[in-house]
Design a protein around this ligand. Structure first.
Ligand SMILES: [Zn+2]
Length: 206
């Protein structure tokens, strides 16, 4: 493989990018001047060094100090610690934060489970979620876990899978499990929901 093909392969690995788009990205970069390319390469390295994964919610965040292991949202003492919202991905977190509908804590699952997945723990952060719920239930501050997953077959399947995994931890601790109400249209990914829909879905959770 030559350098063009190798770079295209890298872009092809991005979510939602096919071979034609990958090639388009490569030719776009080739048409740019070298200062653009230098800055691009530098940023890739910088983002890797400056960004860490939050030990609590598993979200990527820009570190403000070398020892910070929790993101600003998890470190924010003003936030409600009694609810934990489970979302699929970073952009869902951003959508909900932007809506202003929710002031509790989050957990980023990292994806959803297809119904016949043989190795669920490799697809989503179920073990990390269990560990967090265990720790939070022990502290006694956690009262409710809200599943805010997409209203799709995979989203529903993932929620049921997590409910059965978490129940042995939440039931004895008196932690409720709830799901966003179906103000969210069926088949819709959470990231495309508007603020009003999210507020209603949160108010109508069950
Ligand atoms: Zn966090």
């Amino acid at each position: 493989m030559n350098a063009i093909e190798r770079l295209a392969e890298k872009f092809k690995a991005f979510p939602g990018i096919g071979p034609r788009q990958a090639k388009r990205f490569v030719y776009f970069l080739l048409a740019k001047n070298s200062s653009f390319l230098d800055e691009f390469a530098e940023l890739l390295r910088e983002v890797k060094d400056a960004v860490a994964r939050c030990q609590s919610c598993c979200r990527f965040f820009v570190r403000t100090s070398p020892e910070g292991s929790r993101c600003p949202t998890c470190a924010d003492l003003e936030r409600n610690t009694s609810t934990l919202m489970v979302v699929e991905k970073e952009v869902d977190f951003e959508t909900i934060e932007r809506s202003g509908a929710y002031r509790g804590r989050y957990f980023i699952l990292g994806g959803t489970l297809p119904p016949l997945e043989k190795e669920p723990d490799r697809r989503i952060r179920a073990r990390e979620l269990e560990a967090l719920v265990k720790a939070r239930a022990k502290e006694g501050s956690l009262k409710e876990i809200i599943f805010a997953l997409s209203a799709t077959v995979e989203g529903d399947h993932t929620r049921r899978f997590l409910e059965s995994r978490l129940r042995p931890l939440t039931e004895p601790a008196g932690v409720a499990l709830s799901t966003l109400g179906r103000g969210l249209s069926t088949g819709l990914e959470l990231e495309y929901s508007d603020a009003e829909t999210l507020k209603n879905a949160l108010a109508n959770r069950k």
